[in-house]
Ligand binder design. Structure first.
Ligand code: FMN
Length: 334
């Protein structure tokens, strides 16, 4: 009997596949279908720092307006304007998801600055979230901001969210740091219990006829997995945190590679958006078949088998591999 369970953030997941944040997580009936198809856990779509702040600003403006116009402001305030209460909609979604599902549900916050808005983390915990995935998506585009400032701010952000809650916090981070291993360590020291490697940056295209920058999302392919495999393999056992891979997990072999790199779980979005929810059960069946054929009994048995700690020549994962990789290329055209 093949054991597909894996431990992640204090939970035993029935499979190593987490459905990661996307529009697939917006409807409770879809979440139920994903659970049925074999998802080990769900990371909900994100609530953005900007949404929370905009809502708070709108409420403040509204209250100030009333206070300036009338002395007995509160008793004369008209009905609240009809702006969408993103925060309460999201909290309700967490409550509903928790009621409908047995697998762990992680709320997701997308943010780049610490501050008072992080009190939402506590509300997510009270709504029943089993953990928080904090996506620190940020493009470092300002020439006046140094890498140290960005790293300090992201570390402060993680600390600020972690201080609000007793549930675990996972940080979904970018691969674009001068020293990804060092920032990984700092984020864990700031309180992160898991690192989700890595954020995908969506690249806008240029429309040269209309002279426009065109934002669009390209779904991933398995090719994007390699960057994540390498860093997971390098960090496994070096930072005291669970590692999850997101980006390029499409096939059963991809999930197996993630486990062998040392990940606790592999997250999937593009493959499900492309192939539909039932793809999840196809991948899980494929993992089981592969493990049977290769005499593995459990995910645990495979974990870290190709991490830097386990491979015969860890430099294959790092610098010296560079020369060998380049010289191994057989050029067809010279
Ligand atoms: C349409 C779409 C919406 C997404 N929304 C979010 C989001 O709200 N928050 C987040 O952290 N990641 C979001 N992501 C990123 C995914 O969770 C995932 O990390 C990324 O797509 C890489 O995984 P994949 O290769 O399996 O697609 C989104 C991705 C897609 C394609």
């Amino acid at each position: 009997m093949i054991d597909l369970t894996t431990r992640y953030l204090g939970h035993e997941l029935k499979s190593p596949i987490i459905v990661s944040s996307s529009p697939l997580c917006e409807r409770v009936d879809t979440l139920v279908a994903l659970e049925r198809a074999g998802a080990g856990a769900i990371a909900l779509h994100s609530l953005f720092e900007e949404q929370i702040k905009a809502e708070q600003d709108a409420l403040d403006n509204y209250l100030n307006l009333g206070a300036e116009s009338y002395s007995e402001a509160l008793s004369y305030l008209p009905e609240l304007p009809d702006f969408e209460m993103d925060e309460s909609v999201y909290l309700n979604h967490v409550r509903k998801a928790k009621r409908a599902l047995r697998i762990p549900v992680f709320a997701s916050l997308n943010a780049h600055t610490p501050g008072a808005w992080t009190r939402i983390a506590r509300l997510l915990e009270l709504a029943g979230a089993d953990g928080i995935e904090l996506n620190t998506y940020e493009l470092a585009a300002d020439p006046n901001v140094t890498s140290i400032e960005i790293e300090d701010r992201q570390t402060a952000l993680v600390r600020s969210v972690c201080e609000q809650v007793s549930i675990p916090v996972a940080v979904k981070l970018s691969p674009f740091f001068t020293s990804p291993a060092n920032i990984a360590r700092r984020l864990v020291e700031a309180g992160a219990s898991a690192l989700v490697l890595f954020n995908r940056f969506y690249q806008p295209d240029f429309d040269i006829e209309e002279l426009e920058v065109v934002p669009n999302i390209r779904l991933s392919t398995s090719d994007e997995l390699r960057l994540r495999l390498r860093w997971t393999a390098l960090l496994h056992g070096r930072v005291p945190a669970h590692l999850v891979i997101t980006g390029g997990v499409h096939r059963p072999e991809d999930v197996i590679k993630c486990m062998m790199a040392g990940a606790s779980a592999a997250a999937m979005t593009s493959a499900l958006l492309k192939n539909g929810i039932d793809w999840l059960s196809t991948v899980i069946d494929g993992i089981r078949t592969w493990m049977e054929e290769h005499d593995y009994e459990s995910i645990e048995q495979m974990r870290g088998a190709l991490s830097h700690q386990a491979v015969e020549n860890p430099s294959e994962l790092a610098r010296t591999n560079y020369i060998r990789t380049l010289s191994s290329y057989v050029a067809v055209h010279r």
